[in-house]
Ligand binder design. Sequence first.
Ligand code: FAD
Length: 451
Amino acid sequence: MNDMYTHDRAVVLGASMAGLLAARVLSETFREVIVIERDELPTGSAHRRGVPQGRHIHGLMGRGQQILDELFPGFGADLVARGAPALDQSGDARLYLGGHRLQQASGGSTVISASRPLIESYVRERIRQLSGVELVDRHDAVGFTTAHGRVTGVEVIGRADGSAAETIAADLVVDATGRGSRTPRWLAALGYPLPAVDRISADIAYTTVVLRLRHDALGHDRAIIAPPAPGQTRGGGLAEIENGCHILTLMGILGDRPPATVNDILDYAKSLPVPDIYESVYDAEPMTDPVRIRFPSSERHRYEQLARYPDRLIVLGDALCSFNPIYGQGMSVAAMEALALREALAGGRIPSARQVMRALATAVDVPWQLAAGGDLAFDGVAGKRTTTVRLANAYIRRLHAAAVEDGRLTVAFMRVAGLVDPPTALFRPAIAARAFRQHRGMPSSKSRSTA
Ligand SMILES: Cc1cc2nc3c(=O)[nH]c(=O)nc-3n(C[C@H](O)[C@H](O)[C@H](O)COP(=O)(O)OP(=O)(O)OC[C@H]3O[C@@H](n4cnc5c(N)ncnc54)[C@H](O)[C@@H]3O)c2cc1C
């Protein structure tokens, strides 16, 4: 028996990013961690049914990169060795935010730009190397077992024909089954109240295709990020990923829907408020068929507010909070939640589930405020615009406009958007003074500096 373990068995439901990252930290204090996954898990980098969003652009933010490097030393370097580019988010990406082209400046966060299957397969591979962690695929979690106010295990059914339900006992159960999590339904069936859900409906649609671009189509840049902005329901992202390919995701908000065929995609790209994406891709070779996805609303489940909640049950990842994907926060927040879980377990005993859910809610607070605030800048998005939200959005508009000529502001903004620095960093006197400095407006020529 190994003395470093303080608990026996944890069961994690879902082997996507949130489940794998939770398993990584649980492996430090649990003798055995069993991860149950409905899909068949591929050995390499491949799309899978349970993660349909994985076919679309998946930017890793600065904080996510930092945590993945910490949990899996060598993460960044290994992905570069597998053909993925490392890019400075404020220096190597052409950023069009709020209708302005921000001046590029190196010195922000360097992140790996890879396809989602490559990131996930790498993490899965590292998890498979951990002793005490077992990935059990082709098994569907169908419910919890409970006794005396605590969850005592999970019921699972194998996907093979003729499989019977079985119960796996656990000292801790972590639901990381994503947006479709059935925990609210299972809790209701056990007589627990449903969590309140904060919802912001921006009605997003994506169409994505992987392309091979002509040589030098992006010049020195490695990405163009031009999301929808207030007054512009269309946007797009084009980023270099592994093996010299580029992923193009066209976006529509508030009911605007990017089309499904390659020809129509080009027309849509041409209709974007900035010409750069179309000019980079018009003669590109498609490597995949276009795929589409809709994301009606961001949803945050307020488990931490429930008066009655069973012990030993943790809900995290998209099952807890799924964000408007345009902000690229999901994987990074899953990583931040994994650190919050690790910290909650650091005391050597399993804390109450309510305590952990409160810690996770704290981890989610800032990303949720950033995403909700961004969505509420669009007139067509319903929701309460508090004075703080209005002032913050007015300030961000000002900062974006000033960043057209000031790369220091681009770096500062991207570090906050990347969840590396707190939002208060943008209100420091040195940054605020730059944001309010008189500026000439958006330059037409390409600008690059090393602020
Ligand atoms: C269109 C889109 C684009 C996105 N872009 C970005 C981006 O640019 N950057 C970023 O960081 N994030 C992005 N995200 C979010 C990101 O994909 C998620 O936040 C991240 O994958 C973490 O999700 P998760 O692990 O909680 O859930 P998921 O990734 O949804 O995985 C849930 C897992 O649980 C399994 N499962 C479900 N039910 C069961 C069951 N009953 N039993 C067993 N297994 C089950 C599923 O098969 C799946 O493997 C995007 C999301 C969408 C929708």
